[in-house]
Design a protein around this ligand. Sequence first.
Ligand SMILES: [Zn+2]
Length: 487
Amino acid sequence: MTVATERPYEIVIGIETHVELGTLSKMFCPCSARWFGMPPNTLVCPVCLGLPGALPVPNRRAIELSMTAGLALHCEVPEHTKFDRKNYMYPDLPKGYQISQYDLPLNVKGWLEITGDDGSPKRIGIIRAHLEEDTGKLLHGDGYSLVDFNRSGVPLLEIVSAPDMSSVSEALAYADALREILIHAGVSEFRLEEGAARFDTNVSIRFREDGQVRWPPQSEIKNLNSLRALEQAVTFESGRLWEDWQAGGEIRTRKAKITVGWSPETGRTFLQRRKEEAEDYRYFPEPDLVALAPSRETVEHIRSSLPEMPSERRARFVAQYGLSDYDARILVSDPLLAALFEGAVAAGADAKTTANWITGETLRFLRERSVRAAEIPFTAAQLAELVGLIVKREISATIAKDVFAEMWASRKGPAAIVTEKGLRQVSDEAAIASVVDDVISAQAKAVADYRGGNKRALEALFGGVMGRTKGKADPQVVRRVLTEKLG
Ligand SMILES: [Zn+2]
């Protein structure tokens, strides 16, 4: 008998993703959009400070990137679209309104594909993706708050999915697929850790009770800024909704959704507001901007310039280079890793060995140093050179790791390092045989043990040879010569 682990309810999830676009300047002014880590209130002007009389000028690049994102997500770009004012008062919103898009967004009716829980491909609908401006940032101290307007006016794309995800793992797969697509399309770097991308997640539960389908109102979990937060918050909130229903709580009578926040410290959600308290944004068309009418030529030009998307690239890596699905997935997760791989292979490196050195040693170095792939200090050609030395057995795998570390530290090419340090592997049988003879006469006990049937004693002798050759002897030749001589 199997234990029923199935939940008594289905989780229904829709995600609104806010992601800053990778432009140099802000949405409606020439201030730099690269705000992260900059001294507070240094990237500001009358427009993004919302001073009276300042007029917005739309950022063409931001509009193009928004359409690029939409087309990469199989959206339609309508012929008529416009900006609207979303009115609300908040300390980080200096104008008292945000320029956004209300009823005519730049992108509608798209989809992206994930692997569903049953293992088969599943399409998640994209209802819309609209362009708006980011707000400033509040920093809370003990008894006071400070506001930094550097982020105010940075172009922000809001991508609204359909409520098509039915589990936490599907929600994570969606977030990951979206991240990959936007990075590959060159739309955004999707820097969750800097708050430049974040998720508002709508969670509800659906189940049968007394022969009827019950689907009580959802909770919107605001501002989740990591995949881990998304995973934990959705798990917690869906469980909480179910418990509240079971206990006859307020969910049984509530008619509208609630907004909650997520506290990573307590691992719980907390109520922010009920629908009845929600603001009326009094949207109206932005009077300082003309309506947008993207020409069909522009749309088709962007569509035809879209780069290869992650799913296509993964499939190609498997087919063209014979990589495992696992390796292809890791390489494609970051376009820079994928480019490093393809660059090295184009320079003549063996595909599988190259993939191993990227997914293994390279990623380990990045992780240990907490840096991004952009900071890899060697070129694809240098990696190809290293792989060539390994494949041709000019250096052993152990030595290769030392060479790799040296490449990272000194930025020198691997062949130069090998020559400089005299690391080239010794495969010459006569040279190895002479060292083997030395070791056999020096380690009489290990020899006796081995001949007496203790096969593990061979390792001591092998270690002796490798030690005397400073790791440079070809291990395969050493093993063969050793076993031959010990007969
Ligand atoms: Zn500005």
